[in-house]
Design a protein around this ligand. Structure first.
Ligand code: CDT
Length: 304
């Protein structure tokens, strides 16, 4: 069996005033704990270095550039890369990326995959950006990802790394079957994703918290099952700058079952031994795409 012990490193809240250096210390603590528990891969949340700043409105989007990384690793994040290399632990890390293309700035909600030698092997930029672009006073709270980020321009690649076929997506992407199927079509065996999901709906009165947690797990479990892949989904959780984010970080098997689940809304490590060969069953039977898909009937999905 191709067994990889994976850690989901849920983070409790990161307050607006918390420095990158303090956050990186927390990430390293979780990484070390994961190493002690036998993990060779650790998944951190979306935007894991800062508060979830898209809840705040700024007239000038450049005011939010303090929350973005101009390089990865940077002086502040290098210690995480160094420790990971020393321990031989790979990781997924979500962060806000400021990409300077010859003086034109592009902003993305990004994740990187770092292998056990501390090298970046892959980068993903979030495709499905939820929320809105302008301040909306009909909402109980703002979710301004469409204001601060451009949609990702890298598609849904996979990487052959750590003895498996690795894929990434970010938060809202998990709710879209197209995300999972695009990765599934490339043979993905382990999907990593971080999330920041408010406990309450912004449209006042709709969707109580228990339904929102249900939809979180429903999306991940369905995506994993229907594409016969492991999924490691990791929250930033708890009350951040007065706003509550859900926990519920989980590791899901290719059968769609939750095999590890976080029980707090704080920094918490969940662990599972993921046998990547378990993907073979679904991929060769009910979800054998070559045998059973009927793409001639799916054109509406990409034509609109
Ligand atoms: N970070 C992120 O993508 N959060 C969204 C919240 C949507 S509410 C506008 C999510 O899908 O969990």
């Amino acid at each position: 069996p191709r067994k990889i012990t994976v850690g989901g490193a849920q983070l409790g809240p990161i307050q607006r005033a918390e420095s990158r250096t303090d956050v990186v210390r927390r990430l390293i603590d979780l990484l070390e704990k994961a190493h002690r528990r036998g993990c060779s891969l650790v998944v951190f949340p979306e935007l894991a270095l800062t508060t979830f700043f898209p809840r705040w409105y700024a007239d000038d989007i450049a005011e939010m550039d303090v929350y973005f990384e101009r390089e990865m690793p940077s002086a502040e994040t290098q210690p995480l890369f160094d420790r990971a290399r020393e321990l031989g632990v790979g990781f997924y890390l979500g962060y806000a990326e400021l990409d300077d293309q010859g003086g034109t700035l592009h902003r993305y909600n990004t994740a990187v995959l770092v292998d056990q030698t501390g090298s970046i092997v892959g980068k993903y930029r979030k495709v499905h950006l939820p929320g809105h672009k302008e301040f909306d006073d009909s909402l109980t709270r703002q979710h301004l990802e469409k204001r601060y980020f451009e949609p990702g321009d890298l598609g849904f690649p996979v990487w052959r790394s750590m003895d498996g076929v690795m894929g990434m997506c970010i938060c809202n992407d998990r709710r879209w079957p197209e995300t999972w199927r695009s990765l599934g079509m490339r043979g993905v065996e382990l999907v990593m994703l971080g999330y920041n999901t408010p406990t309450g709906n912004q449209h006042g009165g709709m969707e109580p918290p228990h339904q929102r947690m249900f939809h979180n797990h429903l999306s991940i479990q369905a995506g994993a099952y229907q594409n016969a892949t492991w999924a490691v989904a990791v929250a930033k959780a708890g009350v951040e700058d007065g706003h509550e984010l859900m926990g519920g970080s989980c590791i899901v098997s290719p059968q769609g079952e939750i095999v590890a689940l976080a029980s707090t809304v704080e920094d918490e490590l969940i662990v599972a031994d993921c046998d990547l060969d378990l993907c073979n069953f679904g991929k060769s039977t009910i979800f054998n795409f070559a045998a059973h898909r009927r793409p001639e009937h799916y054109k509406i999905i990409t034509e609109q």
